[in-house]
Design a protein around this ligand. Structure first.
Ligand code: HEC
Ligand code: HEC
Ligand code: HEC
Ligand code: HEC
Ligand code: HEC
Length: 464
C-alpha cells in the first residue's frame, strides 16, 4: 500500500515536471494558468501574419519593436532593477505592470506580470539579432497588437492608454488602406494608424512623480512637422514599392516596418556641425576663439529623444596630426553662471546611480573623454542625485537639440608650443551612443558602439 502510494507520487511528479518542461520548451514562458494562456492567444502570433505579409514580417523582426521584451537591455533593467524596486518600494509598486504595458502589451492584457524572464538563449543582444518567431510575452510589440488597437483613452496618448480588445475570434485588422480585402481576416479602416497620436500611446511616458520621462510625440507636436503633414510614419515607416500582402495589389501605401531609430542609417546626418574660425594661420602660444554650430536637421523631435537619459549625443573637438593621432583635446569651457552646466559636460566621476541613490552605488556617469559638450537628459532623483532609473526621476534637466535648432558652442584654445612648425587638423565630431559603457557593464550586457552623426575639419598652419 505504502509502496503504491509512493509510486503514485513519483508518477505525479513526473507528470507535473513533464508539463512544466513541455510548456517551458514549447512556449518559452512558464504560463501554467490556462486562462492567461488563452488571453495571450487572443492576439495572433506574428508568424501567422508571415504567410501573407512576408515583407512586413522580415522588416519587423529586425526592428527594436520585435525586441521590446527580449532585448538584453530591457531584460536586465526590468528584471534586475525595476521589479526589485517594485517589490521593496510602495511608491513604485506599479512598475511590474507599468513597463510591460508598452514593452509586452499582450502580457499586460493577459494580466501576466511580471512575465517569466526570456530564457538566456532567446535574449536578443544588440550584436546578436534573433529571428522573429516568438510566443507569449517574448513577442514584444508585434503585428496583431498594433493592428488591434482601436483608439486611446482620454484626450491625449501616453502611458499605454490604448483601447485594444482582442477576442477568441479572429479580430479585424486595422490599417489605412483603401478597399483592402483579405481571405484570413476582416479589415477596418483606422485613421489613427496614420496619425502621430498612435505612436504617442507608447512614446509618451509620465512617471509616478509627474515627470515626462519620454515625450517624443509631445516634442513632435511642438515642432514644425505637424503643420507640414509629416507624421512619425512618414519618416519611420516610409512607403516602399510593392504589395502590402502577397495576394493583394501593388500600392503606394506599402509602409516600411523597420522602425529605424537610434541606429547608423538614421543617426548619420541627424544633425550637422560646422566649425567657424577666423584665420587658419596661427602662432604657437597664441590664444584663439572659435565656435561650432550644431544644427538639428533630420529628426521630427528633439535629438536625442525617447530614452534620453541613456542616449548620449556629444561633441568631441581636438587637434590631430595627419595620421589621426590626437595632439590636443579642446574642452568646452565651463559656464560659471549655469549651475546645471555640469550635467552637459562629460565626466567620469562616479555620480550616476543605476536606480535610486538610496538603493545603489554610483557608477561612472559617462565613460567618455572628459570635457566634451553633452546633449541629453539628466534625471534627478528625490535625493538630488543623477539616476538612470526613469521611474525615480523627480526632475529632468536637459539641453537636447530642438527640431531645426542651431546651437553655437564657443571654444577657446591656446596653441601649444609643441605644435610650432606643423600643419595640423582641427576636427569636431558629433557622436551618438545608445547607453554609457559603465551602465552596460553594470547591467552585465555588451557595450554599444559609438556612431558618428557629423564631422567638420579645418587645416591649421602653426608657425613659431
Ligand atoms: C508599432 C505598431 C506596428 C507593428 C508592430 C506592426 N505594424 Fe503594421 N502598420 C502599423 C501602422 C501605424 C500602419 C499604417 C501606416 C500608415 O498608414 O501611415 C501599418 C500598416 C500595415 C499594413 C497596411 C499596409 C501598409 O503598409 O500601410 C499591413 C498589411 C501591416 N501593417 C501588417 C503588419 C504585419 C504583418 C506586422 C508584423 C510582422 C506589422 N504590421 C507590425 C503599425 C504596426
Ligand atoms: C491569408 C493571407 C493573410 C494572412 C494570414 C494575414 N493577412 Fe493581413 N491582409 C491580407 C490581404 C490580402 C490584405 C489586403 C491587402 C491589400 O488590399 O493591399 C490584408 C490586409 C491587412 C491589413 C490592412 C488593413 C487596412 O484596413 O488597411 C492589415 C493591418 C493586416 N492585413 C494585418 C494582418 C495581421 C496583423 C496578420 C496576422 C495576425 C495578417 N494580416 C494575416 C492577407 C492576409
Ligand atoms: C504598443 C506600444 C508602442 C506603439 C503603439 C509604438 N511603439 Fe515604437 N516602441 C515601443 C517600445 C516599447 C520600443 C522600445 C523597444 C526596445 O528597444 O526595447 C519602441 C521602439 C521604437 C523605435 C526604435 C527606437 C530605437 O532606436 O531604439 C522606433 C523608431 C519606434 N518605436 C517608432 C514608433 C512609431 C513611428 C510608432 C507609430 C507608428 C510607434 N513606434 C508605436 C512601443 C510602441
Ligand atoms: C522628419 C522625420 C521624423 C519624424 C517626423 C519623426 N522622426 Fe523619429 N527619428 C528621426 C530621425 C532622423 C531619428 C534618428 C536620430 C535620433 O535618434 O533622434 C529618429 C529617432 C527616433 C527614435 C530613436 C531615438 C533614440 O535615439 O533612442 C524614436 C523612438 C523615434 N524617432 C520615434 C518617433 C516618433 C514616435 C515620432 C512621431 C511622434 C517620430 N519619431 C517622428 C526622424 C523623424
Ligand atoms: C509608455 C510606454 C513605456 C513604458 C511605461 C516603459 N517604456 Fe521603456 N521604452 C519605451 C519606448 C517607446 C522606448 C524606445 C525609446 C527609444 O528608443 O529611445 C523604450 C526604451 C526602453 C529601453 C531601451 C532599450 C534599448 O535597447 O536601448 C529600456 C531598457 C526600457 N525602455 C526599459 C523600461 C523599463 C524597465 C520600464 C519600466 C520601469 C519601461 N521601460 C517603461 C516605452 C515605455
Amino acid at each position: 500500500m505504502r509502496k503504491s502510494r509512493y509510486l503514485v507520487l513519483i508518477a505525479a511528479i513526473f507528470f507535473i515536471s513533464a508539463i512544466f518542461g513541455a510548456s517551458h520548451g514549447k512556449f518559452s514562458q512558464n504560463i501554467t494558468d490556462e486562462e492567461t494562456q488563452k488571453k495571450y492567444n487572443y492576439y495572433d502570433n506574428p508568424q501567422v501574419c508571415l504567410g501573407c505579409h512576408i515583407e512586413k514580417f522580415e522588416m519587423w523582426k529586425t526592428s527594436q519593436m520585435s525586441k521590446a521584451f527580449t532585448g538584453d537591455f530591457f531584460q536586465a533593467q526590468y528584471n534586475k532593477l525595476a521589479i526589485v524596486d517594485a517589490g521593496r518600494d510602495e511608491k513604485v509598486k506599479g512598475l511590474k505592470a507599468g513597463c510591460i504595458g508598452c514593452h509586452s502589451p499582450s502580457a499586460y492584457k493577459a494580466g501576466d506580470y511580471p512575465p517569466t524572464p526570456t530564457s538566456p538563449e532567446k535574449i536578443d543582444s544588440f550584436w546578436n539579432q534573433k529571428g522573429g518567431i516568438k510566443l507569449f510575452a517574448d513577442r514584444g510589440v508585434f503585428c496583431d497588437f498594433c493592428h488591434t488597437i482601436e483608439n486611446f483613452e482620454g484626450k491625449s496618448p501616453f502611458n499605454h492608454n490604448y483601447v485594444s480588445n482582442a477576442t477568441p475570434e479572429i479580430d479585424p485588422k486595422r490599417g489605412d488602406l483603401e478597399d483592402p480585402w483579405s481571405p484570413y481576416h476582416e479589415t477596418e479602416t483606422s485613421e489613427l494608424h496614420a496619425d502621430a497620436k498612435f505612436c504617442g500611446i507608447c512614446h509618451n511616458e509620465l512617471n509616478d512623480f509627474g515627470v515626462w520621462v519620454k515625450a517624443t510625440e509631445i516634442e513632435y507636436q511642438d515642432g514644425p512637422y505637424p503643420s507640414m503633414d509629416i507624421a512619425c510614419q512618414t519618416c519611420h515607416m516610409a512607403p516602399i514599392a510593392g504589395k502590402p500582402a502577397k495576394m493583394g495589389p501593388v500600392r503606394d501605401e506599402n509602409h516600411g516596418h523597420w522602425f529605424g531609430g537610434g541606429f547608423t542609417g538614421f543617426v548619420e546626418g541627424a544633425a550637422k556641425i560646422t566649425i567657424n574660425i577666423e584665420g587658419t594661420d596661427l602662432k604657437a602660444g597664441e590664444k584663439i576663439n572659435f565656435s561650432i554650430k550644431v544644427h538639428h536637421l533630420a529628426p521630427g523631435h528633439k535629438f536625442p529623444t525617447g530614452a534620453s537619459e541613456e542616449r548620449d549625443v556629444w561633441l568631441h573637438v581636438g587637434v590631430y596630426d595627419k595620421e589621426g593621432n590626437e595632439l590636443d583635446h579642446i574642452k568646452i569651457p565651463r559656464n560659471p553662471d549655469d549651475p546645471n552646466d555640469k550635467y552637459f559636460i562629460t565626466t567620469n566621476r562616479k555620480v550616476a546611480y543605476p536606480t535610486h541613490s538610496r538603493y545603489s552605488e554610483p557608477i561612472e556617469r559617462d565613460s567618455l573623454p572628459e570635457g566634451d559638450r553633452l546633449y541629453h537628459s539628466a534625471f534627478i532623483d528625490s535625493d538630488g542625485n543623477f539616476t538612470y532609473a526613469q521611474w525615480y526621476a523627480t526632475k529632468d534637466i536637459e539641453n537636447r537639440l530642438e527640431p531645426l535648432e542651431e546651437k553655437i558652442e564657443q571654444y577657446q584654445w591656446t596653441v601649444p608650443d609643441k605644435l610650432a612648425g606643423q600643419t595640423v587638423v582641427l576636427r569636431a565630431v558629433l557622436n551618438y551612443r545608445r547607453m554609457p559603457d559603465s551602465y552596460a557593464k553594470f547591467l552585465g550586457i555588451p557595450t554599444r558602439p559609438t556612431l558618428e552623426v557629423s564631422r567638420d575639419e579645418r587645416l591649421l598652419e602653426i608657425s613659431k
